[in-house]
Design a protein around this ligand. Structure first.
Ligand SMILES: Cc1cc2nc3c(=O)[nH]c(=O)nc-3n(C[C@H](O)[C@H](O)[C@H](O)COP(=O)(O)OP(=O)(O)OC[C@H]3O[C@@H](n4cnc5c(N)ncnc54)[C@H](O)[C@@H]3O)c2cc1C
Length: 388
């Protein structure tokens, strides 16, 4: 074998796996289709669960995260023109979230990998994977990497999941009848905490990346053309949806320097292992972004996988690999449910008045009942790995 673990994809899942395996002295090679520049600037998630921060801290890649990340102990739910704080930390045993861009996590992990001298090949996309033989073909197709284990960390559109025979995989999927238009703007945050807004015109989210940069989202139609949304229209719509009834709130506006539309989808492919191939992160599952879970779920998979591989290579103990899929899927489905629940509660759905009244009742209950708010809080900050 050329390497013990061949890792396909240098997103959060693949890079963190390489980092954790490197610390265990396990040999691995990371193959990434895109350039370093591209992956370090790809704007995606930005909310890190407590458990994600803990694993990055314990393994020595969180110095910048602790300097620049913003710890949040609550979020606001806004509906009917009023804001209601959900006190995450009070309700969830002191746990908190940290706002720190996914691309910053990626930069930190790439730096750690290169400092450690570990192989990390950019612009070396896998073209074909043999899950039984443990072979990855990459580049122009003539390069070959032979591995004891192949870790498919190549995201939703990668080649790893497609390498599993269709009759060995069960797929569960739901497309939502809306998408998110997201912007990054040079504007100071307008609130100390994230604001999730339910409005008759659709969902809106006010988030941030730093004291100078805000990240805002709008619910839009799935096939929406970004050209139909000039900056002025985006700001106007955000201001309308996020307004408070007493007129006391206005979003800070600024230069929009990034904008895009992302679909909202729930997806799970089971099992997450076939032969020598294991899947982790978006390669195996996708959640709608409302629960801020995609990146965190990728990290949770990788923590389970790294321990299983360490036991396998150190003592020939394959029991962890044997239960890898089952252990991950328990958390995946908990997170799927939470993300679906948050999505269904916060968005404008079909316009059906009965549905709208149910949503209203659910929102009222979440902000009035400590039990309901606790359910939201403990899922949002992230359940302990051992609890699911
Ligand atoms: C457009 C978009 C916006 C998002 N926004 C949010 C958000 O606002 N909030 C939130 O919580 N979550 C968001 N997510 C989800 C979150 O970013 C993902 O869950 C997270 O990136 C998963 O990490 P990953 O490592 O599993 O996959 P990815 O980050 O997708 O990494 C996969 C890597 O594999 C590489 N790759 C693909 N094919 C190959 C191949 N054949 N060979 C080698 N490499 C390959 C890719 O270039 C990529 O670097 C978003 C996702 C997307 C796609």
């Amino acid at each position: 074998m050329d390497t013990q673990v061949g890792i396909v994809g240098a997103g959060p899942a693949g890079l963190l796996l390489a980092h954790l395996l490197g610390r265990e002295g396990i040999d691995c090679v990371v193959l990434e289709a895109r350039s370093r520049e591209y992956v370090e600037h790809r704007v995606r998630a930005g909310v890190l669960e407590q458990g994600t921060v803990d694993v990055l801290t314990e393994t020595g890649v969180a110095d910048r995260l602790h300097r620049e990340g913003m710890v949040h102990r609550g979020i606001q739910l806004r509906f009917g023109g009023e804001g209601h704080r959900i006190a995450l930390s009070d309700l969830a045993g002191g746990r908190a979230i940290t706002v720190y861009g996914q691309q910053e996590v990626v930069k930190d992990l790439i730096a750690a990998r290169l400092d450690a001298g570990g192989p990390l090949e950019f612009e070396a996309g896998a073209t074909e994977i043999d899950p039984d033989g443990g072979v990855i073909r990459y580049g122009d197709g003539s390069d070959e990497l032979r591995c004891t284990i192949v870790a498919g960390c190549d995201g939703f559109h990668g080649v790893a999941r497609a390498a599993v025979p269709a009759d060995a995989l069960t797929v569960y999927e739901r497309e939502y009848p809306f998408a998110w238009l997201g912007i990054l703007a040079r504007a100071a945050p307008s609130s100390e905490e994230l604001i999730y807004t339910h409005h008759e015109r659709g969902f809106a989210l006010h988030s941030m990346r730093s004291p100078e940069v805000t990240r805002n989202y709008l619910q839009v139609a799935p096939g929406e053309d970004i050209e139909a949304w000039p900056d002025e229209r985006i700001w106007e719509e955000l201001q309308t949806r996020m307004a408070l009834a007493d007129g006391s709130f206005a979003l800070n506006e600024g230069e929009v320097f990034e904008k895009g539309i992302a679909p909202m989808r729930s997806f799970v492919a089971e099992p997450m292992r076939h032969g020598r191939l294991v899947l982790a992160g978006d390669a195996a599952h996708i959640v709608p972004a409302t629960g801020a879970k995609g990146l965190n779920l990728a990290v949770a998979d990788v923590r389970v996988l790294a321990r299983a591989l360490a036991a396998c290579f150190a003592h020939g103990d394959e029991s962890g690999l044997g239960t890898y899929s089952e252990r991950c899927l328990r958390r995946v489905w908990r997170v799927q449910h939470f993300s679906w629940w948050m999505t269904a509660m916060m968005h404008r759905l079909t316009g059906d008045p009965f549905e709208a009244r149910l949503q209203q009742s659910q929102l009222d209950y979440v902000v009035r009942s400590r039990a309901a708010a606790t359910t939201l809080a403990e899922n949002y900050v992230g359940l302990e790995l051992e609890d699911v």
